[in-house]
Design a binder for this molecule. Structure first.
Ligand SMILES: C[S@@+](CC[C@H](N)C(=O)[O-])C[C@H]1O[C@@H](n2cnc3c(N)ncnc32)[C@H](O)[C@@H]1O
Length: 244
């Protein structure tokens, strides 16, 4: 919470929180029940390459759709931390994970994590000795002003030999991409918070593509082993990196 307060919210940040707060229940249903999405969430959790007892952080966890899959990977002795800056989505994430005492949902800014590697912080469930073994961010970097910079910070938080996994929706490159991308563009336009920047943007899906490219490229640069995959008609790009 301290970290959140320390950064004055911009209009775009407030708009994003208002948008996801208002649609938390609907988003929760779509993000967990859309055909193909549960399998994707299981896959991104597996791509974190976790072992029982590990610690994993999810940035921008939303209503918590990935958290049960991450808990499955680390087991009862591991730790799962979900961070998001929108209070109503976190309430839903807490309900979803209430049965697990090792899944923690924290309000904070993903670009200013409320804890540092190997250091005690403010509102955080990790102690000084805890290393973060993996970090996951799904459908988040497209909302950040500096996606590559955030990926750098996340890699620094995890450290050598840890895993960082990104999954994001962008335009498909498949041969049948024309109709798929038309639907994708409509979804992006409808589901993008009406921020001051995007209000004047004719092609928000192109801007989203650029941000996602920048984030995934930076993760590849920071990794010594990389897994790149596409899912859901080529629209969802998954990059998993084992850090140098
Ligand atoms: C499209 S949703 C994705 C939620 C979840 N990762 C999923 O896969 O369903 C984006 C989420 O990122 C959160 N978010 C965006 N920017 C953030 C930031 N700087 N700090 C924390 N959360 C952020 C929003 O509140 C929202 O819940």
């Amino acid at each position: 919470m301290a970290a959140l307060r320390s950064k004055l919210p911009t209009t775009d940040t407030e708009t994003a929180q208002e948008f996801y707060g208002r649609w938390a229940r609907l988003y929760d249903v779509i993000s967990r029940r859309t055909p193909g999405i549960p399998a994707l969430r299981r896959r991104v959790a597996a791509a974190c390459e976790l072992e029982p007892g590990d610690t994993v952080v999810e940035m921008g966890c939303g209503t918590g759709a990935n958290l049960p899959y991450l808990r499955e990977q680390v087991g009862p002795d591991g730790t799962v931390v979900g961070i998001d800056f929108t209070a109503p989505v976190l309430e839903r994430a807490r309900e979803l994970t209430a049965e697990y005492d090792n899944v923690h949902v924290v309000r904070g800014d993903a670009t200013q994590p409320p804890f540092r590697r190997g250091a005690a912080g403010g509102d955080r469930p990790l102690d000084e000795e805890t290393d973060v073994d993996a970090l996951l961010a799904t459908f988040v970097v497209g909302m950040l002003d500096d996606p590559a910079g955030a990926v750098d910070d996340w890699c620094n938080l995890v450290g050598p030999d840890g895993n960082v996994v990104l999954a994001n929706a962008a335009r498909s490159d498949e041969w049948y991409s024309l109709p798929v991308n038309a639907v994708f563009r409509a979804i992006v336009v409808l589901s993008t918070p009406p921020t001051t920047k995007l209000r004047y943007e004719n092609e928000p899906h192109l801007r989203l593509d650029r941000k996602i490219d920048a984030a995934h490229r930076r993760l590849r640069e920071r990794s010594r082993a990389v897994a790149d995959e596409t899912h859901v008609f080529g629209i969802v790009r998954l990059t998993g990196g084992r850090l140098e």
